[in-house]
Design a protein around this ligand. Structure first.
Ligand code: MG
Length: 459
């Protein structure tokens, strides 16, 4: 069984932990059982934190009860960005961490995300183990004298911010007299990033900085539609740039000084290039679906690029293995290896402030990037057909240059297209890149048609 099929065996965990609508498929009994299963698997001390959702205390306390019943000691760090909980786990003797979050999903959702002892997102093989324990109900239930102890930790976010401050040149940022507008989306990022930037001498203006479970400002996904106020505010204030955080503050999206939305592949390329220029010979890890603007910038500054399958846990693990300096994906989830091997919006924001301070302006960093266009399409395909469909497509591409790291990536001259079966949904995704917009659209359409033909021919 390959990794895709194995990952597809998970019944509860998806690409980002267990997610569901509260009161429907995400409830106290599930949280309690998952807490029992996590405790049974990991034993020892477990760190737990939450984002700002209305159901955070309800689900957190259920998970805590489950953990305590199995003899685990629990350290509750309260409201915290996901990377702050990860930092707490990595920098302590904790055996694992739990984050109650649904990241950027609508307010009715919540989720349970598990963190491994090294602070990285749990790999799907261990998620399968948790599910196995959960469905068998074989929990390590302790007697009265062996139940775990609960402590509250009120300084986790401060320690996390201090860890970031050590990794940038605060004096250099301060000398640049930057003005930055930060939109925290009423998530937990408001508890860390604005103060961190203020500590660097940045003039900070905030939007939606108060954590609030119904996300009154705007939905917590940092898309262009949701960031109109931020874009306008950056222009109105004459700010150096803008930062948008997602609900649990592991991803950061930037707005340039003209109010333009900067896509995640561009901020990734800017910082990858910047870090390679500071540390020549470094390794940067991206995925096979990442825009070539990232690899071009890494090579331009003497770095090495390594590409993995899609998914931040895969990228993080490859970074650890290679001692890579930087990595991530094009959704704004960027990983700075010298800090910790996880997506981190506050760390990313601090690095961007330093890059802008050093190079003079955000626009100058942006104009240096090569231009590529992408097109994304998808089509339905039953899960049990996926393997045969992919094999047929690979056979049809015989003679062409292909990369089979994740699905199939086909190179057509200077352009490429990647066709991947989703690990969680009955669909195939088609993603193309070209030097021209119409080139990208044509290529994606051509492979979508090809894929549809193959899917209907296999019965
Ligand atoms: Mg997130």
């Amino acid at each position: 069984m390959d990794e895709h099929e194995l990952a597809g065996q998970r019944k509860l965990f998806g690409t980002n932990g267990i997610r569901g609508v509260v009161g429907r498929d995400m409830n106290v009994s599930l949280a309690l059982g998952i807490g029992c299963a996590i405790g049974t698997l990991f034993k020892g001390e477990i760190v737990i934190g939450t984002d700002s959702r209305t159901s955070n205390e309800m689900l957190k306390n259920a998970v805590i009860s489950g953990l305590l019943s199995t003899g685990c000691d629990v350290r509750d760090v309260g409201l915290a960005p996901t990377p702050s909980v990860q930092y707490s786990v990595a920098k302590s003797d904790a055996r694992a961490g739990v984050v109650i979050t649904a990241s950027h999903n609508p307010p009715e959702f919540n989720g349970i995300k598990v963190i491994d002892s090294d602070g990285t997102e749990l790999y799907f093989t261990k998620e399968l183990e948790i599910e196995k324990i959960y469905f068998s109900k074989r929990y390590a239930e302790m007697s009265w004298d062996n139940v775990g102890k609960l402590v509250r930790d009120h300084s986790a976010n401060e320690r996390y911010a201090a860890g970031i401050e050590k990794l940038v040149d605060a004096n250099e940022i301060s000398r640049a007299k930057l003005k930055v507008v930060i939109d925290c989306a009423n998530g937990v990022g408001g508890l860390v990033t604005p103060k961190l930037m203020s500590d660097f001498g940045v003039h900070v203006i905030t939007l939606n900085a108060q954590p609030h479970g119904s996300f009154p400002g705007h939905p917590s996904e940092p898309t262009p539609e949701n960031l109109v106020d931020l874009m306008n505010k950056v222009v109105a204030e004459g700010a150096s740039f803008g930062i948008a955080l997602d609900g649990d503050a592991d991803r950061a999206i930037f707005i340039d000084e003209d109010g333009g939305y900067v896509t995640g592949d561009k901020s990734f390329a800017i910082l990858a290039g910047y870090l390679c220029s500071k540390h020549p010979g470094s390794t940067v890890v991206s995925t096979v679906a990442t825009s070539d603007c990232v690899s071009d910038m890494v090579r331009k500054y003497g770095g090495r690029i390594v590409q993995t399958r899609v998914g931040s846990p895969v990228v993080a693990r490859k970074m650890m293995e290679l001692g890579a300096i930087f990595g991530g994906e094009e959704n704004g989830g960027l990983i700075y290896g010298r800090h910790q091997y996880c997506r981190d919006a506050a760390m990313t924001s601090a690095l961007m402030a330093q890059a802008v301070a050093e190079r003079g302006a955000f626009g100058a960093l942006l104009r240096e990037l090569p231009v590529y266009y992408q097109a994304k399409l998808k089509t339905e395909c039953p899960n049990d057909k996926k393997k045969a469909v992919l094999q047929a497509l690979i056979s049809e591409c015989a003679g062409k240059k292909v990369d089979l790291t994740d699905g199939v990536k086909v190179f057509e001259g200077d352009n490429w297209v990647i066709v991947r079966p989703s690990g969680t949904e009955p669909i195939f995704r088609v993603f193309s890149q070209s030097r021209t917009e119409e080139g990208a659209v044509q290529l994606a359409n051509a492979y979508l048609e090809r894929l549809k033909r193959i899917i209907s021919s296999i019965s």
